[in-house]
Design a protein. Structure first.
Length: 469
């Protein structure tokens, strides 16, 4: 028996490759499916099942394409209603895979179709659970994403999740391995551990939601407390996962079409495409196409695209580092953004050489910023999350979190220069690109963000541990 966790950091997502006696199951595959196919072919094995733990909201699964290319059967748990052919398992239904058995345990609460898959080894011993978004390490799935579809409140779903955990998962043995669908950084939970594999026994000790003495009312209150609004693209991903989607090969063919600067500019004007610059923040600061939006591949790329662009149908034109064209289109497609219509041939250098206008961002060091702050020459705007800001921030700074930046446009000064920073410099440049696209140019970036400001000993509030907030 082989179990391989295939973890994708930018999505904080775990897919799973399980193999026994020449038969393979894939759990929650990513959109680009050829790595799974190649793994199976190299092992001389055949993909038999594609298990989906639920209709994912934060990424587009590869189930439809993988089934088409391999003939494998797609399996969902009870209550699932996809538009394509799939086996809808009953609670407790068993699936043979070589010498092992995978049992569907219906565990609704995160969504009503949410299902945990229990793997029994060749001796029939419970070995591992693939818990999807039902149980994370340190947390459980948020119960607010499916409330509209289920005609229930988040409190109703949280109560159902409580019963699922107590009746289906917590009675299992402590030595069972827990393989969740997500880790720290995912918007599908709020308190996940950085580890991606653990034992159920340790989770019973560490996970606040699995406390043995916890009442249902306490669970509902704690699980629903402090939930931030989900990203706007989540319902669109659910729709694609339920109804199907375009083959990724076609998305890549269209999306990687090379356009010279003149054709690129014409395409932007004709289609209303957003020009998305995915280079590094340093490159963007030094020069970029006017009104382009920066979201670099070197950070949490896909989640920020989903949160800030939101509409998966929005046409996109990309400015990429050389050799990263296909990578950029692929990573966009993982979160349902299939409308990339072209790439700037030759990258930003080609744009500059063509003589077209370009823009820059003024950036200063933390030491230079310290002087401006101490002399009260400029207000400071912190675009980190509210929890980061409350934990510690520059004295008198204002918090305008990146994920809601458009809601704060009227708070930025119109007639004087202001300073912008995040934790390390990635998010601040995203925010600044959005400000520029809205006609706001009177800001200065603080290079290195809050980390550099701390090193420069810029006065800040007393530190408060974020977990206590």
């Amino acid at each position: 028996m082989k179990i391989e966790q295939i973890y994708t950091g930018c999505l904080a997502q775990g897919a799973y490759y399980i193999e026994s006696k020449g038969e393979v199951a894939i759990i929650d595959p990513l959109r680009e499916v050829h790595p799974y196919i190649e793994r199976a072919e190299k092992a001389g094995a055949k993909i038999k099942y594609i298990f989906e733990t639920h209709f994912h909201a934060d990424f587009v699964s590869g189930h439809v394409t993988l089934a088409k290319e391999t003939g494998a059967e797609i399996v969902y748990g009870p209550n699932a209603n996809p538009s394509f052919d799939a086996l809808i398992a009953t609670d407790g239904q068993e699936f043979k895979l070589g010498d092992i058995t995978i049992t569907a345990l219906h565990t609704p609460g995160h969504t009503m179709e949410s299902t945990t898959y229990l793997l029994k080894d060749e001796n029939g011993k419970d070995h591992a659970i693939f818990s999807g978004d039902t149980l994370f390490l340190g947390d459980v799935g948020r119960p607010d994403l499916a409330q509209k579809a289920a005609s229930m409140t988040q409190e109703d779903l949280a109560g159902i999740l409580f019963d699922s955990l107590r009746n289906k998962i917590m009675p299992l043995a402590d030595d069972i391995i827990v393989y969740p669908a997500h880790g720290a950084g995912s918007a599908c939970g709020k308190n996940m551990m950085k580890e991606t594999v653990d034992t159920l026994g340790n989770q019973k000790k560490m996970n606040y939601a699995l406390r043995a003495d916890m009442t249902k009312d306490e669970f509902i209150k704690e699980v629903t407390d402090g939930l931030l609004p989900p990203p706007k693209y989540f319902p669109l991903n659910v729709k694609m996962n339920k109804e199907g989607y375009e083959d990724i090969a076609d998305v890549l063919d269209r999306g990687t079409t090379e356009l010279d600067p003149k054709a690129f500019e014409a395409m932007a004007n004709e289609t209303g495409a957003v020009v998305l610059d995915v280079r590094t923040q340093k490159d963007f600061i030094e020069g970029h196409i006017p009104r382009s939006i920066f979201i670099g591949l070197n950070g949490d790329f896909a989640p920020w695209v989903g949160a800030l662009i939101a509409d998966t149908k929005q046409p996109l034109l990309l400015v990429t580092p050389e050799g990263m064209e296909e990578e950029a289109v692929t990573r966009l497609s993982r979160v349902g953004f299939d409308a990339t219509v072209g790439i700037l041939k030759g990258g930003f250098d080609a744009w500059k050489k063509s003589g077209k206008d370009f823009d820059t961002i003024t950036s200063i060091t933390a030491e230079e910023a310290k002087s401006k702050i101490e002399n009260k020459e400029a207000e400071v705007f912190d675009v980190r999350k509210e929890s980061e800001f409350l934990s510690e921030h520059v004295i008198d700074a204002l918090n305008t979190p990146l994920d809601g930046i458009n809601d704060y446009l009227n708070e930025f000064p119109k007639d004087k220069t202001f300073l912008v920073h995040c934790a390390g410099g990635y998010r601040s440049v995203i925010a600044e690109s959005i400000l520029k696209s809205r006609g706001i140019h009177n800001f200065i970036d603080i290079g290195g963000g809050f980390g550099a400001l701390k090193t420069a000993e810029v006065p800040s509030t007393d530190y408060v541990c974020p977990t206590t907030l």
